[in-house]
Ligand binder design. Structure first.
Ligand SMILES: O=C(O)CCC(=O)C(=O)O
Ligand SMILES: [Fe+2]
Length: 339
């Protein structure tokens, strides 16, 4: 496993849980009615996903916090792994090629990995996962390398295209061919932080592609959202993560010390100061601090209120509480909440 992960950026294994069959079938049966199939058939949704179902479902949590998987990746990385996010998909994600590293990364770099588990057989017709072997060794590209600034946030999606273009050009230049994972039910794929991957088109829309992704970080690091960082302007969007196994928050650590709370606050003020309307942002910062919804159990782990606004520019100029808005509307509308 370690050799595959090192050389190719991914490794395939049989999921080590004797009860996995019952868990997968139970999740499929119970979740069928929780997705908006009509919106998916009408092409309004690219995918059907449930984020952080671990909060309410022990089966999802037990898959995410499987002790053998945790032990294996902890041994490979030499640090204690913990799951911080789950995604349960009913169909293929059709997500374009990306590196997770741009969405969640650690300090020090690359202490992040994902495990994708097939809840049914997958072939070229029902949206298989794809990846570019070897791409995990590419440099760690951040906003400063692409000339992207958090200030350009209302153009965020346009700016994200720069990452997509870079990744595709690198793959072409290095002559790396995309491979797909024809998974057997119960097989899993471990991927490293920077491997270029995504979901192939769901060629046959009458089929499903049930699967669970768990994203892992490692203790003793700090956790950030790189696409939202403007590191050299003093803006780093640290994430508040929870350990899926225990539900406990995991502190951001820098070289053995907890992240200085004053530094964190100063950075949030930096974000506020970079806004087009500082007084509105000041109001927003107060709203965030005082929001009765900020600890709501139904918020996805790592919910990023600034990322929610940044990713939904129509909300930027409204005087709203992003936590409340997400719970009342954003969730149902399928709005993205992390950059
Ligand atoms: O399941 C897929 O098609 C891709 C999922 C993915 O890229 C992720 O969860 O990071
Ligand atoms: Fe991904």
């Amino acid at each position: 496993m370690a050799r595959d992960l090192n050389e190719k950026g991914f490794a395939i294994f049989d999921f080590p849980d004797p009860d996995i069959e019952a868990k997968m079938e139970g999740i499929k049966r119970d979740y069928r009615d929780r997705y908006d199939w009509q919106a998916w058939r009408d092409g309004k949704l690219n995918s059907l996903r449930l984020q952080d179902a671990w909060k309410s479902d022990p089966r999802v949590r037990e898959i995410a916090a499987n002790p053998d998987v945790l032990d294996m990746i902890s041994a490979i990385y030499g640090r204690e792994a913990f799951a911080f996010q789950t995604l349960n998909f009913a169909v293929g994600t059709q997500q374009e090629a990306h590196s997770d590293h741009a969405h969640f990364n650690s300090i020090p770099d690359r202490f992040m990995c994902g495990v994708w588990l097939a809840f049914e057989d997958v072939d070229s017709e029902n949206g298989p996962l794809f990846y570019y072997p070897g791409s995990h060794r590419w440099p760690s590209y951040q906003n400063e390398h692409l000339g992207v600034s958090y200030k350009q946030i209302d153009g965020h999606f346009r700016e994200y295209r720069k990452y997509v273009r870079l990744w595709n050009e690198l793959a072409a230049q290095e002559g790396i061919q995309r491979e797909i994972f024809r998974a057997r039910k119960g097989q899993a794929l471990l991927w490293s932080a920077n491997i270029l991957h995504g979901g192939s088109a769901q060629v046959d829309p009458s089929r499903t592609r049930w699967s669970q992704v768990t994203h892992y970080f490692f203790k003793g690091c700090s956790y950030t959202t790189p696409v939202a960082n403007d590191t050299f302007q003093g803006r780093i969007l640290y994430r508040d993560v929870q350990d899926v196994r225990t539900g406990e928050p995991v502190p951001n650590m820098i070289s053995g010390e907890p992240l200085d709370a004053r530094f964190r606050t100063a950075m949030l003020e930096q974000y506020a100061a970079s806004a087009s309307s500082p007084s509105r942002l000041l109001t927003l910062m107060r709203t965030l601090a005082a929001s009765p919804f900020r600890a709501n159990q139904e918020l996805p782990t790592g919910f990023d209120p600034l990322g929610y606004l940044a990713g939904n520019p129509d909300l930027l100029d409204a005087d709203i509480d992003p936590y409340e808005h997400f719970l009342a509307f954003g969730r149902k509308e399928g709005r993205s909440w992390s950059l």
